[in-house]
Design a protein. Structure first.
Length: 290
């Protein structure tokens, strides 16, 4: 049976990125940290963490990280039940930036309204990549576009976020000639040059592969501001647009929409905290998502 101390030490090494920092966090010696990691590796028959540079989990270490966080969540839930209190557990959750800037705020508000609710630690990544956080054992649950459950996880459909490609009237006046957009020349606002597919999907429908100049704005709020300021065109969530199109402060470039289906994936942990968070996420999604 794997030792709880060994799993706890693995989590500390990965989160602190070094044996020395993990030792300080656990209030033990660095030698003791090394001994625990070696004992864990001998027990499972694999190297579980890299030693050079920032310590990173190996593929086998990622499996154990998921187990370690699950055990910690179950332990906190059991202790809370024994004490007759709500579980004061930490929930690591992967969420995409646009959800965090819009409908997921309702989840945060619900947590804030519960004085004895769980502690949230959010990890932000693109919705197409948040499932990788589950595979890496970094989070207990994630908002993702992946409908296929990660091994050991359950998956539930939440709804669809709809995006509209928009720009300012001044931008349209500059880049639309004779009623036709100059797609290959018009600057684009991108959240991430590698992962953001919202603008490129609009371009691909017009047979355009690469080419247009791109601004990188890695913040949902700043991204929306950049589009509203006329820096470039971009696909904004309907919730961000509000009545701006009706008021004429934003224009739609096309009738195209980009629909992104979102799912909630979480480890199969039957704890009150995970169940409570799942209910909060579904309640917020039911109000804001299509």
């Amino acid at each position: 049976m794997l030792s709880g101390h060994h799993l706890e030490t693995l989590v500390a090494v990965v989160e602190e990125e070094s044996f020395g920092a993990a030792a300080a966090r656990l209030r033990i010696t660095q030698s003791a940290v090394s001994q625990r990691i070696r004992a864990l590796e001998q027990q499972v028959g694999h190297v579980v963490v890299t030693r050079e540079g920032p310590c990173r989990p190996t593929a086998q270490g990622e499996v154990l990280l998921g187990l370690a966080r699950g055990v910690a969540s179950l332990e906190a839930d059991a202790l809370g039940r024994l004490a007759g209190d709500a579980p004061s557990t930490v929930l690591d959750v992967g969420v995409n930036a646009d959800s965090l800037a819009t409908w997921f705020r309702d989840v945060i508000s619900r947590v804030a309204a519960e004085p004895d609710g769980p502690l949230l630690r959010l990890v932000v990544d693109d919705e197409h990549h948040t499932a990788d956080l589950l595979r890496a054992g970094s989070v207990l649950g994630a908002i993702t576009t992946d409908p296929e459950p990660v091994q050991g996880c359950s998956v539930e459909y939440l709804g669809t976020m709809r995006y509209l490609p928009v720009c300012t009237p001044a931008y349209a006046e500059r880049w639309r000639a004779g009623g036709r957009w100059r797609w290959r020349e018009m600057p684009i606002v991108q959240y991430d040059l590698r992962k953001d597919e919202l603008q490129t999907r609009v371009l691909h429908r017009r047979g355009i592969e690469g080419g247009p100049p791109m601004h990188r704005i890695p913040s949902s709020e700043a991204f929306a501001h950049a589009v509203r300021a006329g820096l470039g065109w971009g696909s904004l969530p309907e919730a961000d647009i509000g009545d701006a199109i009706d008021r004429g402060t934003l224009l739609r470039l096309t009738d195209d929409t980009v629909d992104v289906k979102l799912y909630w994936q979480s480890w199969r942990l039957h704890t009150r905290a995970v169940g409570w968070l799942t209910d909060a996420i579904h309640a917020a999604a039911a109000i804001h998502l299509r």
